[in-house]
Each structure stands twice: as structure tokens, then as C-alpha cells.
Design a binder for this molecule. Sequence first.
Ligand SMILES: [Zn+2]
Length: 143
Amino acid sequence: MLNTACPICEQKGRSVDGATVKSLLAISLRHVRNVVYRFCANPDCDVVYYSEDGEQTFTTDQIRVRVYQKEPEADDVLVCYCFQHTRGDVHQHVAQSTQATLIDDINAGIQAGQCACDWRNPQGNCCLGNVKQLMKSIESSST
Ligand SMILES: [Zn+2]
């Protein structure tokens, strides 16, 4: 039976590319099987990846980087993994009203083909949505 939900927290996760799991795991890749893995974004759950067959979970301590979704309050965790922008950086840009500068930098990198979201970002895709969402939540909480 296939599970789209995390076997631990039962929240539904998005499927990720096998290359993402291989790039981000800090343990032997002998553990990786030819099955679909999904990403658990629940901040209250330690599972980062789980297999759709429910047989395997990989937790935060088995991942090479700190995962933004798992530590949404930490200022030194990367939000943008390709261009190394932390949550603290985003806060600073909002405080100085220079959000556009940060977005432009990320977009310039994407256009130059310098991003590697599939291999760098644990969620397996572009950070831009997370960055914009974070900016919005900081803006709305500071008013
Ligand atoms: Zn979970």
C-alpha cells in the first residue's frame, strides 16, 4: 500500500526526486531504494523523508544540512540554500525595506543557471516561495 502521508505525523508530504534524497542524506546511500520518497514539512515532526511504502523514514539527524521547515524560528538556518540566505538575512532585508534586493539576487542566480535546488534544498525545489512567504509573515507581524 502506498502512503502519501508521513508515517509518524500523518501529515501529507510532497514527493521529491531521488537525486534530492541522495544529495541530502548524511548516511550511506546503500539505504536508498528505488522507491518514491516524500518530504515531511511538519515542524513538529523529526522525519524529513519517508518512503511511500511506509518502510523507511530519514530524520533530521540523518540529513547533511539543517532543514528550514524543521526549525522555522532559527535565524541561522538557510531559507535559500543555493545562494546562502538565512532567516536572519531575510529579517534584516525586511527591517531595511530592501526585500526587492534579496529577491533580485535570487532571481539573477536562477537566470544565470547558478541554482541547484534539487541537490541543495531539502524540499527539492526552489526556495523563492519560502522566502516570499517569510517576508510576508515578518511584514504582517511587525505592523
Ligand atoms: Zn512527519
